[in-house]
Design a protein around this ligand. Structure first.
Ligand code: AHG
Ligand code: MN
Ligand code: MN
Length: 331
């Protein structure tokens, strides 16, 4: 992992605010209009608001089941709904985005900004089963430049371009501290939220994930469902005395492994034969981050980013992490 210090590409030191970082990036990119920077600022703003909601969740009775389900038939938590509203509102008000695909909405959401050049796919609150028990949760996002003409109504084709077409992606982890990690395809930078300043501050520059790792992360409750080669791999991890770590929030499990080195596995199960995680707003953004950090992400057959989805809420088998470990789960 890159040592704390000066950003090799941009000359920005640890301690720089996200706003300044975005501005410098924008100035370094010839022809940039500032739209993407503004979009990322809008996401950061909504992230600060959700961070506030997450921090006081137990106090104002917004945790617990809302009594409604989302399109995947899962119970929706109140904070999922709150986070969805916050992000959609921030992106709508920001004006850069013409449509949003959210885990919490069956259909694509039109923002009304037909002049917006971008679309965003988002998991507003990831790891929602952990909300009520004070365990880390997150937000995951992915950004595309629309393919439909600017000025017209956006279409689902804007979202179904394939993982390689993402122009930016990232996540916010509401953990022991809140951290925003993002990439625009020029490496991965992490910004820790300073509550007292209300700012995201550059804390890790040009993150590189270790080539090999000592952690495997999967839900072992489904072990009997896993394909034989995955069972064998997990047995090998155990015989080598690797650490088993599984929080049940993709963002938190992935972030730990990104920094320390490890593998995250969500193989096919009898309940989710095509995998559980959603391509657009879970697998693609995490895959872009991990590749940018020198790691790999695969569905076991091809690189996640090479998949071109057919549906907005399409699921995938997902393995991501340190490259040497990922190579071991390829058949
Ligand atoms: P979400 O809360 O957005 O629906 O996502 C939950 C996902 C992911 O965060 C986590 O890694 C995985 O589901 C956990 O699934 P299991 O409980 O099946 O292990
Ligand atoms: Mn999720
Ligand atoms: Mn979610």
């Amino acid at each position: 992992m890159a040592a704390l210090g000066t950003n090799a590409l941009l000359g920005l030191p640890v301690g720089t605010t996200l706003d300044r970082h975005l501005l410098q990036r924008q100035n370094a990119f010839k022809g940039a209009t500032g739209g993407l920077s503004q979009l990322l600022r809008d996401i950061a703003l909504a992230g600060k608001i959700v961070n506030r909601e997450v921090n006081r969740a137990g106090l104002i009775d917004i945790t617990g089941a809302a009594g409604s389900g989302n399109i995947q038939g899962e119970q929706q938590q109140k904070l999922d709904v709150v986070a969805n509203i916050r992000f959609i509102r921030a992106l709508r008000n920001g004006g850069e985005v013409c449509a949003i695909t959210s885990e919490e909405d069956d259909e694509m959401v039109q923002t009304g900004n037909t002049s917006g050049k971008y679309v965003v796919a988002i998991d507003p609150l990831d790891g929602s089963s952990n909300i009520d028990v004070n365990v880390s949760i997150g937000t995951i996002f992915s950004i595309y430049r629309r393919v439909s003409p600017v000025g017209t109504l956006p279409t689902t084709a804007d979202f179904l371009q394939g993982g390689r077409q993402q122009i930016a992606a990232g996540y916010i982890l509401y953990g022991s501290s809140t951290i925003l990690v993002y990439t625009t395809g020029q490496g991965v930078n992490a910004f820790t939220y300073d509550n007292s300043l209300g700012e995201f501050i550059l804390s890790q520059t040009q993150i590189n994930t270790p080539d090999d790792g000592g952690i495997f992360s999967c839900n072992e409750g489904y072990f009997n469902d896993y394909p034989p080669h995955i069972k064998t791999y997990i047995e090998t991890c155990k015989s080598r005395r690797l650490m088993g770590r599984y929080i049940g929030s993709l963002v938190a499990d992935f972030h730990r492994n990104l920094i320390k080195g490890g593998i995250y596995l969500y193989p096919p199960t009898s309940a989710a034969p095509k995998g559980k995680l959603r391509l657009l707003y879970e697998c693609f953004p995490i895959a872009l981050i991990v590749e940018q950090a020198g790691g790999m992400a695969t569905n076991g057959e091809e690189a996640i980013l090479d998949i071109v989805p057919r549906e907005l809420h399409q699921r995938s088998v997902f393995y991501a992490g340190s490259p040497r470990m990922i190579k071991s789960v390829m058949p």
